[in-house]
Design a protein around this ligand. Structure first.
Ligand code: NAP
Length: 339
């Protein structure tokens, strides 16, 4: 540690705890939630590593988090950001094997020149994997693996909302390789050709006037049993009610902050339908024995080009507070934060 700096430039949370409201991952002015400055660099403890950042991705979960509406409370004065890619520059006892390696990692505080995380939260990267893919290699890809596994165990067709999201596109590639059909829901019809190219069976625009009629026809034809839903709004509820008996509605995101009525609760009783949630953190804990296998599968897909991370904006750490809000309005890819 002696030749390393004692402080790191970081993007820092301004607020504590939960906001008590659920507004969705839109940010009008990041300076409401974030500031920047120097934080002390802590020495990695047992099983921990210190990482020098190459790139950090901005996921919807980061935006929900800084706004105080995620599954863990904010901590005023601590760095923001959950996921990135960087070089291990110091290691605590039991983590020495990672010293000098380029890794994909998750932590709380990735939007920082240096951050500490557990060695268990790091995946060493093959030289052929780009930093962009390394910085987005855990949150969305492992979620895609977990959710497509749920779909596969429940039939040969599933429904995906926000299908043009980065995660949606990863799931489409996996579904195609497993021979599963997909009914993709989007709100911009211009993304349909790209989704078809990735293997989508049907692409439907939820804003079209006869969407319900189109979905009913697709549902009758393909009989999807699982709805993987990142939006979770009144359209989702309608979609669920139009799906066959024994369908499962798996909500894994709340992109639309709308509060909506549940109009057909009887379907849970009389049609054996189920509503549930998915969160990567407990799923990884429950499947910890299989994680090395899943991590290898994910990295192979990035290394051979089967999967790729679309990037809209490279945002230097020092510009995050002033430019993050505008950057989130650019569609079809990730913002990458650079040191
Ligand atoms: N539960 C978990 O463990 C877990 C893990 C990873 C990700 N996620 C969730 O997965 C979702 C996708 O993540 P990502 O990184 O792939 O996001 P992303 O690439 O930023 O894509 C967001 C997508 O959502 C669409 N969208 C945004 N607001 C919407 C709304 N109100 N109604 C309908 N569509 C809307 C956007 O459509 P336009 O392009 O038309 O704007 C875009 O296609 C997020 O909700 C995220 O929180 C959950």
């Amino acid at each position: 540690m002696s030749d390393l700096p004692s402080e790191t430039f970081s993007v820092i949370q301004k607020l504590d705890g939960y906001s008590g409201v659920s507004e969705g991952p839109t940010v009008v002015d990041a300076s409401e939630y974030l500031t920047d400055g120097m934080l002390p660099i802590s020495k990695p403890g047992r099983g921990q590593v210190l990482i020098k950042l190459r790139m950090a991705s901005v996921n919807p979960s980061d935006l929900h988090f800084i706004k105080g509406e995620y599954g863990q409370p904010r901590e005023k004065g601590m760095a923001a950001g959950f996921e990135g890619c960087g070089d291990v520059v110091a290691a605590g006892d039991g983590a020495e094997h990672l010293l000098g390696q380029r890794v994909a990692f998750v932590t709380t505080g990735a939007w920082s020149e240096y951050c500490v995380t557990m060695a268990l939260m790091c995946i060493p990267l093959h030289p052929s994997v780009k930093d962009e893919d390394g910085a987005a290699q855990i949150v969305n890809p492992l979620t895609a693996v977990g959710m497509v596994d749920i779909a596969e165990k429940n039939g040969d067709c599933f429904v995906i909302s926000a299908a043009a999201s980065q995660l949606g596109k990863l799931m489409l590639g996996l579904a195609k390789d497993k021979g599963l059909k997909t009914i993709c829901l989007v709100r911009r019809v211009n993304v349909a050709p790209a989704l078809k190219e990735l293997g989508a069976t049907v692409v439907l625009d939820v804003t079209s006037k006869d969407f319900e009629k189109q979905f009913s026809a697709a549902s009758r034809e393909h009989k999807p049993r699982v709805f993987l839903d990142a939006v979770t709004d009144s359209i989702s509820e309608k979609v669920f009610t139009l799906m066959p008996n024994r369908s499962r509605w798996v909500s894994y995101g709340k992109l639309n902050p709308e509060l909506f009525p549940m109009t057909q609760m009887g379907q849970l009783i009389f049609q054996s339908k189920v509503i549930e949630g998915f969160w990567l953190t407990p799923w990884m804990q429950a499947n910890s024995a299989e994680m090395p296998h899943f991590a290898k599968e994910v990295q192979t897909r990035f290394a051979d080009g089967t999967w790729k991370t679309d990037v809209t904006t490279y945002l230097p750490l020092r510009d995050v507070v002033s430019r993050l809000a505008k950057a989130t309005r650019v569609k079809d890819g990730k913002i990458m934060i650079t040191p």
